[in-house]
Design a binder for this molecule. Sequence first.
Ligand code: C2E
Ligand code: MG
Ligand code: MG
Ligand code: MG
Length: 283
Amino acid sequence: MYQAKQRGRNQVALATDATQGAPGPSLQAELRTALQEDQLRLHLQPVVDVSAPGLAKVVGAEALVRWQHPRLGLLAPAAFLTLAEETGHITAIDLWVLEAACRWLAATPPAAAAPLHVAVNLAGRTLVDPRFLATVRGALRRHGLTPGQLVLEIVESRSLVDLPGVVERLAELRQLGVRVSLDDFGTGFSTLSWLKNLPVDQIKIDRSFITALPDKASVALVRGVLALAKELGVEVVAEGVELFEQLEALRSADCHLVQGYLIGRPEPEPSLETRRVGVGATA
Ligand code: C2E
Ligand code: MG
Ligand code: MG
Ligand code: MG
């Protein structure tokens, strides 16, 4: 708790110290009660359009879960998602986030032009859960959202590829009008074959490629991904933009949808105002 507070605003702790051999209930046991006791928190990070020079216009937000742990403070997903996958709690967490994200979007005043979207991350298990499609439909209806306002982010992995029903489920979701995004693009298992086999609406270029910008090889990679995406009619988002020169490199490659600390960190109530982005003029 002390450590988490010391890290300051928006900083979240990793539970490693406290989970390894510490006395008290196991994180696994506590995870079971986290949902019942309402300890999960919804943080949102703005996704912006930077096609207008110097301006970042919010088009949506990504929902990122945190766990307000009674002893350990605010925990990042890295501290508990693997455990949640192993113990099967992940689907309950994902569905909690889906509901909270839709509720947030419905309560958010519409932006001037187009309606905002909210993006929710999903584990493969959640995606293939038989309840999932009905849950999505119900959440959209309950909160009065159009299906196009919901983006579902999936991470390519061997286990996801091997799950029976993934392709059909994604097709059903897209049929509904919900958008599907391929998260962490470029890092996972068999990226290109995924693009070939799975019809998706969006890809998110992984932060590891953005971090190296404007390094020549990374610029080439980003341009290549954009060209590929254009051919396939897929939207591209660059994630993890921290520096103005990274933003400029993306902009000159015609990559206009971005997300990152430069624009805004994940927060419980993110600012959705259009903001200036320039040297020394960050959010
Ligand atoms: P992700 O979906 O790729 O989300 C982006 C991660 O990068 C987030 O970490 C975000 O806080 C962080 N990030 C954003 N901008 C920057 C930046 O400029 N610099 C740096 N260094 N980091 C940045 P977070 O919130 O810790 O989440 C980590 C991962 O946990 C997510 O990666 C996602 O795969 C997973 N996750 C988060 N929420 C959920 C959820 O509700 N369900 C599931 N299944 N997975 C989730
Ligand atoms: Mg994501
Ligand atoms: Mg990602
Ligand atoms: Mg990730």
